[in-house]
Design a protein around this ligand. Structure first.
Ligand SMILES: [Cu+2]
Length: 217
């Protein structure tokens, strides 16, 4: 076999190996604090890239329930194309709506546990309210990436199975001052833990208490 052909075949084999072998994936832990260095819960983390990312799985079940006259959870992160159910588990009427440009919707006044789902096809922040109870608020972040997470009570979020590569990591929060994400360019092959400090409006550092006192509505 001519030497040139052998070199070509070897190069081709090498390319096949490179393409078939998934790039080493690891986990990335993100720790989020507020400016008083307290753990910040409900921070939203997502990673975008200049290249095309795998299509996010959209078959997970997401729920924002109405319970004790609050929305739970307060913050949800979903991939573009996912659907959310809004079950009413209160036995009183709620009228759930959003005026946010990525997805305007309205679920008519109901006292029942609806199985209606709303699908979110555009990335962006969707603020959800209730027409009956002004204080009720929930935030749904719709992100165009499979790599997303939300910080827990310890301010910690973990992105699992993140393939090696360069990403633009975004961190945000419903109460962030300036209404802009913090972003950082991250090399997933070398980073496995990152810290962020977010300046959040003080009224977002407490959770609305469930309204469980006896009220007629
Ligand atoms: Cu309500």
């Amino acid at each position: 076999m001519p030497r040139r052909s052998r070199t070509l075949i070897l190069a081709w084999l090498g390319l096949c190996l490179a393409l078939n072998q998934p790039l080493a994936a690891g986990s990335l832990t993100i720790q989020v604090y507020d400016t008083n260095h307290n753990s910040l819960t409900d921070a939203v983390i997502y990673l975008l890239a200049d290249r095309e990312l795998p299509a996010p799985k959209t078959d997970s079940r997401y729920e924002v329930e109405q319970k004790d006259k609050t929305f739970q959870p307060f913050v949800t992160v979903i991939p573009v194309g996912a659907s959310v159910m809004f079950p009413n588990r209160d036995g009183i009427g709620h009228h759930v709506y959003s005026f946010s440009p990525p997805r305007k919707f309205e679920l008519p006044l109901s006292e029942h546990e609806s199985t209606d789902t709303i699908t979110f096809d555009q990335p962006g922040l969707v603020t959800v309210g209730c027409n009956i109870h002004d204080w009720m608020a929930a935030y749904i972040y719709v992100v165009a990436t499979p790599y997303h997470a939300k910080s827990d009570a310890n301010g910690q979020a973990v992105i699992e199975d993140l393939p090696a590569g360069i990403y633009d990591l975004h961190v945000t929060h419903p109460g962030i001052k300036g209404a802009a994400d913090q972003t950082r360019r991250v090399d997933a092959a070398t980073e496995n833990r990152l810290e962020f400090i977010l300046e959040v409006k003080p009224e977002y550092l407490w959770r609305p208490e469930p309204h469980d006192e006896e009220e007629p509505y």
